[in-house]
Design a protein around this ligand. Structure first.
Ligand code: HEC
Ligand code: HEC
Ligand code: HEC
Length: 102
């Protein structure tokens, strides 16, 4: 646990370095059977006004440690579904194409 935490701190300290034009983890590609998803840090941090801590280290670490989440689990509030519930942000149960761009 300690090791993972330190890795995350280093990862994020690097990620927020002002010398980099990329915000957070940049664009993250999430392959999926429903059509591939491109997660944009820019849209969430600059556009949505969210803090890194709202998504890191829970529920997200990094793509290497990524655990697949089903749409059913998302509809019950896991992963993207924690916010994409139709209140905080558009729901995971509609507008599939907003996330699944292929
Ligand atoms: C709305 C949620 C959200 C916010 C806010 C957020 N992230 Fe992320 N971040 C993600 C997701 C989703 C992934 C991909 C995780 C996965 O594949 O399991 C990710 C991955 C990353 C990665 C790894 C990228 C890679 O390709 O290895 C870094 C670094 C990162 N984020 C840094 C940050 C920093 C720094 C901030 C704040 C400026 C931030 N994130 C804010 C959701 C978020
Ligand atoms: C807020 C973004 C978002 C929306 C909206 C969304 N999805 Fe997804 N979906 C994802 C992400 C991200 C994954 C990959 C999850 C992972 O790998 O952890 C995924 C995975 C999937 C999968 C493979 C996993 C499974 O549950 O079988 C299917 C199929 C799928 N989505 C279909 C849909 C359909 C159909 C809709 C519309 C009713 C939809 N998705 C709406 C983000 C979204
Ligand atoms: C901590 C809350 C949170 C989490 C977790 C989250 N989002 Fe979002 N997302 C937002 C907010 C807030 C917005 C901006 C409001 C809106 O568009 O409804 C947004 C907007 C978006 C948009 C529209 C961006 C644009 O270009 O305008 C997409 C696509 C999206 N999210 C996909 C995802 C996917 C895929 C995941 C999971 C990997 C995810 N989000 C996880 C809060 C979140």
């Amino acid at each position: 646990m300690g090791k993972i935490l330190i890795t995350q701190v280093l990862l994020f300290a690097f990620g927020v370095s002002p010398a980099l034009a990329v915000i957070g983890g940049g664009d993250v590609h999430l392959p999926s059977r429903g059509g591939d998803v491109l997660f944009s840090h820019e849209a969430h941090v600059a556009g949505g006004g969210l803090k890194c801590q709202q998504c890191h280290p829970i529920p997200y670490t990094n793509p290497k440690q990524h655990k697949k989440v089903t749409m059913k689990a998302m509809a019950a509030g896991k992963s993207c579904g924690a916010c994409h519930d139709g209140k905080t942000a558009f729901s995971v149960q509609d507008d599939c194409a907003k996330c699944h761009k292929q």
